[in-house]
Design a protein around this ligand. Structure first.
Ligand SMILES: Nc1nc2c(c(=O)[nH]1)N=C([C@H](O)[C@@H](O)CO)CN2
Length: 121
């Protein structure tokens, strides 16, 4: 399906299960895929017939920078819900949120979760 992607949104925020995470903060990397039909926009060369990815970026960044939550799953659910509420053209979303430096000992690149959501009827 046609899609618009916002890749590697890097945001400093204060989410996490532990008090120290909510006090000190850390970077979060967010990838968003918005699935929608882009045929009208591509045919007519018209921004009104698609999702303005700059606007969507601003909304997503505001949510990630917003009040702390425990789980990145919950944060991703907020992002997905806000996209469906704001843009009726979006049919499905995929939201991935990663913590590059969580307080977990070990050798790894990052931890992440991905939510796939479909618009509810
Ligand atoms: N599935 C999840 N597991 C954990 C999360 C999370 O958001 N989703 N978060 C934490 C801590 O906040 C993490 O940053 C370090 O332990 C633990 N597990």
């Amino acid at each position: 399906m046609d899609n618009i992607r916002l890749n590697g949104i890097k945001t400093y925020a204060y989410h996490g299960v532990f008090d120290a995470e909510q006090k000190l903060g850390q970077f979060f990397i967010t990838d968003v895929v918005m699935y929608l039909d882009l045929s009208a926009a591509s045919k007519h060369d018209d921004l009104e017939q698609t999702v303005h990815y700059g606007e969507a970026y601003a909304m997503i960044e505001e949510i990630i920078k917003g009040p702390p939550v425990n789980l990145i799953e919950h944060l991703a659910e907020k992002v997905s819900g806000a996209l469906f509420d704001r843009y009726d053209k979006i049919i499905e979303t995929e939201v991935t949120i990663a913590k590059p430096n969580p307080p977990i000992e070990g050798n790894y690149d990052n931890v992440s979760i991905t939510l796939n959501r479909k618009r509810e009827e």
